[in-house]
Every structure is written in structure tokens, then in C-alpha cells.
Design a protein around this ligand. Structure first.
Ligand code: ADP
Ligand code: ZN
Ligand code: ZN
Length: 757
């Protein structure tokens, strides 16, 4: 008998083996979906991963029940990528499966093809003579006669002489007939009841047909861009990965378009990754102009059914040649990958935090490209420390582009000390006088303004005015955020909402006040201070749907709105023409974040937000409000001195044993009971110390030590770069299994975060 190892959509490490009934042998191939029994009575859709002759001895073998596909839904390299992800990120391969496939492909009746209702003549009326009879039947129903005539004209049945001839007829939908004949549905239904017309359902795709490509619409590169382009190609002769470090608005996107065009000439496909769905809207329009219907978009805001159809299209003979997407696009089947472009490569949202697999799509895409012998281009104005380090060490190629397209100067950045102004009572809510002055001037001049505040909701914290009591989430170790639109308190960790208490449970006081500024509160202040502004807000709360994203961005692009308030979402590569003022309302919350990457993240965030200012024709102004104007990172942002920032950080990373000099792996332990979490943390750490010695730090309580009623402990591993990472992963997995065998820890969760961000 032959056996097949399958991947189940369950959080399981490794594959499960099933027998292949003889009659299925010829049809089963790797990458095909099969239905298998699992546990007492369940069945799942699993993926065939290996076919072999080795009968497992540990458990009684069951057979697969049914084969779903005729041909594989996963190509070899997709399966290899899954295996790499599971291995590298020490994550169950079942979790990779769950992350990779659209729901409609992994549940037993998840995907329904979209159909439309068509209408045609019933068989017996498909010739001249019986059609005559049909009109006799309808003799007294003039409306129905009229509808039938319209049908015959539209479908070309009227031009038939003699007997049935199907070739020349046109299929029409019931809806088209209703529109064209100006008849009601009831009238059409009457003809159907009389058995003269009949309806049938037909599958239609959900995907946009799109326009033909217009490769002639590619913009000519200027000299700097052309040099960078040549230099990228030159680097690709020797290296698999190249970093394009180009200031904001230097025209990196145009260079990508030229590179894509070149790949298409070679009949290769390109994967273009962006960190943020908001960004795909703008880039999509630019790419569509050139690549038309050869471009496909893929991300989580598309409906699941659409994603299934894109997946199937990529397996067909007519796949999209260019896929633009967010991180999940790395899972799409690709037949002939020639290049991967990763725009805004520094962005932390390429990393999936929760749930598993906790993978970095940028790094995974580099691995994927290598499997195809394809090249990877990383592009950004603010390279991640890791990528820039790889570039200066010669592992990646490095291409710099220091001039903005058309030589528009980089924005002027003015630092405003809000601590001092607060002291002198000169702030109007979140606004300094200088910011107010410049916003007013911009709005008067018909220019646009972007205000950046990295907290959503109304007030990040509320407290009792009398006693200072602060409401916390019952499930998580965090204070609640006040939301004004819903008039509720919300936990940003578990999503749970609470009514705002009318009485303080601590002192009986009746007045709660909000502290700090969320984007909703900024919105209120804008309405008050700049009543003339046409404002929009872009944060998680206003962009739940794809159309909401598109509307906010297109309204601002078209000038229907002129003041945009937003969280980090607005920092990511959006390109607007008329933004003359950018306000960073409070830089300190980022700077004071307790993480070794706080400076790196702050620098990038501020540099990127600033880059939104002053695009066409005019130098922009950035007002950077902070309570700590003397922090070095602030002056590095002001002087746009990436190298200064980079080498400063590198020094610290070296001293304190952080990446890129050391590898980090975090080990998390979670349990409902805090005592169990505590003892498990201590025990796991001591097991790890036996193997890794002083490379193990902790266990510690993380900054947020309880989330969704689970108490958390964190152990940190700092590993030298030379260490055998494969061995390390094996040891970690082994320690995890040993812990799980202890009955005290039966409901303990242990997971790893490899290369955490
Ligand atoms: P980046 O991706 O580096 O931020 P973009 O590619 O968005 O820069 O370019 C900034 C602006 O300049 C865009 O509006 C773009 O259309 C324009 N642009 C860049 N290069 C060219 C070119 N070669 N010809 C015409 N317009 C260009
Ligand atoms: Zn109180
Ligand atoms: Zn919570």
C-alpha cells in the first residue's frame, strides 16, 4: 500500500499519514486537497505533501476519504515555502496552512461560484413554426408579446430561418431582458410560467476584467533614476537581493515599473509587496495604467471568494503576471517568478504578530525568490537596520537615490518644544501656536495638511476626576481607551467594549475625564480651531472595509478633503500633491516605548510622515511637536541624516547584544492562572539555560502581562550569528514538548517569536 503525509488545518507540528485506497492512487498528486478523517468523527480538508511506502507503526492507519482536486492547488515551491516557514519560525505547519489558503479552499463548502440568471427559449419553441404558436398563446397579452419580441431581437433567435441553430445566438441575462424590454419582472415571469422562456444559471467570475495593458504609458526615467535602474541590474548580476535606498518622492515606484516591464518582456512574473493595504490603492492605480489586466491585487480586504478566484487564476494558463499585495500574497501560487519587489521594506507590518505563524513576509519573500532563482529588490527611504547592515556588509547590493524627482527640496522640519509651551499655557489642546498658524495659512492657500497622532479613539486613558481611578480591561492588563463615536470604553488588545461608568466604583465620584489625545479627540479640536477645514480621519476605526480606505484616500487626493488626521497608516508611502504642512502632534509616545527598537521605529515613522510634505512644486513644512527636543533621534530626523542615525544605533546594538549583531528569539508562555505561568516560565528558562547558558534572559513579565485573560511570561534568547540555528530550533521545540508532557502544564501555551520586531 502507498501512504500520503498530509497537512491538516490544525495547530499541529508536522504531517499526518493516511493510506491511499488503490482506486485513488493514480489521481493523487502532491499539492492536491483531500478529505481525511481525524479524531473520533471529524473530517478535514488536508493537503497532500509526501507520497511514500512507509507504513507508520505508532498509530492505526486510516485511509483518505476523497480526492478534491484534479490538479494541485499548491505548486512545489509553495509547499516548500510552507515547510520553510514552519521550520524557521518554529510554528506548526497546520498554522501555516491556515494562514496561507483562503477560507473557501479549506472548508468543505466554503466557496460558492458566483452565478447569474440567463434566459432562453424552451426547447420546443426553437423553430419558426412553434414560435408562431408561442405568439398565439400570448395573443391577448401585449406586454408579454412585446417582451418576447425584444428577447428574440436581442438573442438573435429572430434571424433564424428553419430549425434550431444555436451558434449564432447570443446569451442574455434575465436582467438585461428586463432592462431592454422595459417590462416588469412579473411580465417576464409570466412568459416563463407559460413555458415559452426558461431561465438557467451560469457561473461568472468575480474578478474585474480590467483594461488592456498600455506599456507605452511607462514614464521615461530621469538621469538619476536611470542610473539607479542600471545600477540595480548590475547588482543583480552578482547578488540575489538589492536594497534601493531612495529618499521619499525620488521616484522609486517608477523604477519598479520599469523593472516589472523588463520581467514581463522575459515572460516572467513579478510579486510586488506593500506593508499596508491603504497603500495598495494608490500604487494599484499607477500600475494599472501601465499593466492593465495583467495586474492582480491580493490582500485581506478582498472577499474570500475573490481570493479563491485569484488563487485559481494563478494556477490557470492565464495568470496575472504582476501580483500586488500585502503580506499574505507571498502564499499565492506563482508559476514563473522572476522578481520580488518589497516596497517600504523597513515596515514592521510585514511581520505577522498573531496568530502563528509569526513570520516576516519580507524575509519569507526573499527565501521564496531564491527558490525560483529570482531577484529581490528592497525599496525604502529609511532602510531597516538589518537590511542596511546586510547592504554595507556586501550581502545585498546597495543603490542610493538622493534626489527627489524634479529636485523638490526635502521638507523643512521645525521642532517645537511643547513641554515649555504647556508650562506657559500656550497650547490650544494638542496644537502649538506655530502649528495653528501654519495650518491656517495652508488652508487659506488651498493647500493640504496631514496631522499624525499614533493613538486611535478619543482618549487613550480615562480617570476619575476625584480619586484618579482608571478603568482597566478585565481580560487584559491595560487601561481602556475611550471612543466617542460609540460612546464606549474599548480594550485595544482584546477588542472588548464596556459602558462608560456613571459612578466611580472606587470613590463614588461622578465625573470621569479622558487623558491624552486619540485621533477622535484631535478631530474634535480640528473642528473647533479650524472650522473651515474639510477633514477626514484615517485609522483602524474608519477603515474597516476596502471601500472606506479607497474613499478616504481618493477624497484627499482629489481635494474634496483638505485636512487628514491619521495614525501610522498615513506614514506609509502615500503620495499626495498638495500637502504643504505635516504636523507630528506628539513624538514622545513613540520615543518612550519600552523596546530596544523604539528609536529605530520613531526615526522611521517621523522621517516617513515628514516625507508626505511638499511634493509637487513647493518645499513642505513639518512641525514636529515633542517634550524632548534634545533627543538625538529628533535632530537626525531634522537633518534627514540616516547614516548618523544608523551608525549611532549600530553602536548601541553591538554594546547591548541586539540585532543585527545577535539573533533574537522570544519564548512566550501563557496560562489562565498566573501562578502556573510563573512556575512554567521559571522551569522553561532553566531547561533552556541547560542548553544555552547565559544566552537566556528571564522569564519576565512583558509590558502587557495579561491579554485575553491569559497571563504571560517572556523569555529572551540572544544568539550569536555563527550559532547553528537549525540545532537551536530543534532544542527549543524539544524543550517545548518536554514541558507539554508535564500534566501541570496541560493547558499551557508555549510559542516562539523568531526575529521579533
Ligand atoms: P517614491 O516611490 O520614491 O516615493 P514616486 O515614484 O511616488 O516616488 O514619485 C514621486 C512623484 O514623482 C510621483 O507623483 C511620480 O508620478 C513622479 N515621478 C517620478 N518619476 C517620474 C518620471 N520619471 N516621470 C514622470 N513623473 C515621475
Ligand atoms: Zn473615583
Ligand atoms: Zn482586553
Amino acid at each position: 500500500m502507498k501512504y500520503v503525509d498530509v497537512i491538516l488545518p490544525l495547530p499541529l507540528y508536522g504531517c499526518f499519514t493516511y493510506g491511499i485506497p488503490n482506486e485513488m492512487l493514480g489521481k493523487l498528486k502532491i499539492g492536491i486537497r483531500v478529505i481525511v478523517p481525524f479524531g473520533k468523527s471529524k473530517t478535514y480538508i488536508a493537503i497532500a505533501a509526501h507520497i511514500h511506502d512507509n507504513k507508520p507503526t505508532e498509530y492505526k492507519i486510516k485511509n483518505i476519504i476523497r480526492i478534491i482536486d484534479e490538479s494541485p492547488v499548491l505548486l512545489d515551491n509553495q509547499l516548500k515555502l510552507w515547510e520553510w516557514l514552519a521550520d524557521y519560525y518554529i510554528s506548526p505547519i497546520g498554522d501555516v496552512y491556515k494562514a496561507a489558503l483562503p477560507t473557501g479552499m479549506k472548508t468543505q463548502d466554503g466557496y460558492k461560484p458566483k452565478t447569474e440568471t440567463y434566459i432562453t427559449l424552451t426547447k420546443q419553441f426553437r423553430n419558426e413554426r412553434s414560435l408562431h404558436d408561442a405568439f398565439n398563446i400570448l395573443a391577448r397579452a401585449t406586454q408579454q408579446q412585446k417582451a418576447l419580441v425584444t428577447f428574440l431581437e436581442m438573442s438573435h433567435w429572430d434571424s433564424l430561418d428553419g430549425d434550431e441553430c444555436r451558434e449564432s445566438t447570443v446569451e442574455i441575462t434575465k436582467e438585461e431582458l428586463i432592462n431592454e424590454s422595459h417590462c416588469t419582472t412579473a411580465i417576464i415571469n409570466n412568459i416563463i410560467t407559460r413555458n415559452i422562456l426558461v431561465t438557467y444559471e451560469k457561473e461568472v467570475g468575480r474578478l474585474n476584467k480590467g483594461i488592456e495593458p498600455h506599456l507605452d504609458k511607462i514614464k521615461k526615467l530621469n538621469t538619476y533614476q536611470q542610473e539607479a535602474y542600471n545600477s540595480i541590474l548590475f547588482n543583480f548580476l552578482k547578488k540575489d537581493v538589492c536594497l534601493l535606498h531612495g529618499v521619499t518622492s525620488s521616484g522609486k515606484t517608477e523604477i519598479y515599473i520599469h523593472l516589472i516591464e523588463q520581467e514581463l518582456q522575459k515572460k516572467k512574473q513579478v510579486l510586488y509587496l506593500l506593508p499596508e493595504i491603504a497603500l495598495t490603492v494608490q500604487i494599484m492605480e499607477r500600475l494599472q495604467r501601465v499593466f492593465g489586466n495583467r495586474l492582480g491585487i491580493y490582500h485581506s480586504k478582498y472577499s474570500d471568494a475573490e481570493r479563491v478566484e485569484i488563487w485559481k487564476k494563478q494556477l490557470s494558463d492565464n495568470p496575472y503576471d504582476v501580483i500586488l499585495g500585502a503580506r499574505s500574497a507571498i502564499f499565492l501560487p506563482i508559476k514563473n517568478l522572476g522578481m520580488v519587489i518589497i516596497d517600504e521594506e523597513h515596515e514592521t507590518s510585514f511581520k505577522q504578530q498573531d496568530p502563528a505563524p509569526r513570520y516576516n513576509a519580507r524575509n519569507a519573500a526573499i527565501v521564496l525568490a531564491k527558490m525560483y532563482g529570482a531577484k529581490t529588490l528592497l525599496g525604502t527611504a529609511t532602510p531597516s537596520l538589518e537590511s542596511y547592515y546586510n547592504a554595507i556588509k556586501g550581502k545585498y547590493g546597495l543603490v542610493e537615490l538622493n534626489t527627489r524627482y524634479k529636485d523638490i527640496a526635502l521638507p523643512e522640519i521645525d521642532v517645537v518644544d511643547i513641554k515649555d509651551l504647556q508650562h506657559r499655557k500656550m497650547m490650544t489642546g494638542p496644537f502649538s501656536p506655530k502649528l495653528i498658524f501654519n495650518i491656517k495659512r495652508a488652508l487659506n492657500n488651498d493647500e493640504q495638511v496631514i496631522l499624525f497622532q499614533n493613538r486611535r479613539g478619543f482618549a487613550p486613558m480615562v480617570e476619575c476626576k476625584e480619586c484618579g481611578w482608571v478603568p482597566h480591561c478585565t481580560n487584559c492588563d491595560v487601561s481602556l481607551t475611550m471612543h466617542k463615536t460609540t460612546n464606549q470604553l474599548t480594550c485595544h488588545y482584546c477588542g472588548y467594549t464596556y459602558q462608560i461608568p456613571t459612578v466611580c466604583p472606587n470613590c463614588g465620584g461622578t465625573e470621569l475625564r479622558g487623558r491624552g489625545y486619540g485621533t477622535e479627540k484631535i478631530e474634535d479640536y480640528v473642528k473647533e480651531v479650524f472650522p473651515e477645514a474639510r477633514l477626514a480621519r484615517m485609522d483602524l476605526d474608519t477603515t474597516r472595509t476596502r471601500s472606506a480606505y479607497e474613499r478616504i484616500i481618493s477624497d484627499f487626493s482629489m481635494g474634496r478633503t483638505n485636512l487628514l488626521i491619521g495614525t501610522q497608516m498615513i506614514s506609509k508611502g502615500l503620495d499626495f500633491d498638495k500637502v504643504s504642512v505635516v504636523g507630528i502632534l506628539n513624538a514622545d509616545s513613540m520615543l518612550n516605548y519600552p523596546d530596544f527598537r523604539a528609536y529605530e521605529h520613531s526615526f522611521m515613522m517621523m522621517a516617513q510622515v515628514s516625507g508626505r510634505a511638499g511634493r509637487k512644486g513647493k518645499r513642505g513644512l513639518v512641525i514636529l511637536q515633542t517634550k524632548s527636543p534634545d533627543t538625538p533621534v529628533i535632530s537626525q530626523v531634522v537633518s534627514n541624516n540616516y547614516k548618523d542615525f544608523f551608525y549611532g544605533q549600530l553602536e548601541e546594538r553591538k554594546t547591548f547584544h541586539y540585532p543585527p549583531y545577535y539573533r533574537l528569539i522570544y519564548v512566550y508562555l501563557k496560562h489562565r492562572n498566573d501562578n502556573v505561568a510563573e512556575t512554567a516560565g521559571i522551569e522553561m528558562a532553566s531547561r533552556l539555560r541547560q542548553m544555552f547558558g547565559s544566552r537566556v534572559l528571564g522569564p519576565d513579565r512583558p509590558a502587557v502581562a495579561k491579554v485575553k485573560a491569559m497571563n504571560i511570561r517572556k523569555i529572551v534568547l540572544k544568539l550569536e550569528l555563527q550559532i547553528n540555528i537549525k540545532k537551536v530550533r530543534e532544542c527549543l521545540h524539544f524543550a517545548q514538548l518536554q514541558m507539554m508532557e508535564d500534566s501541570r502544564y496541560s493547558s499551557l501555551q508555549i510559542y516562539f517569536d523568531v526575529d521579533p520586531l
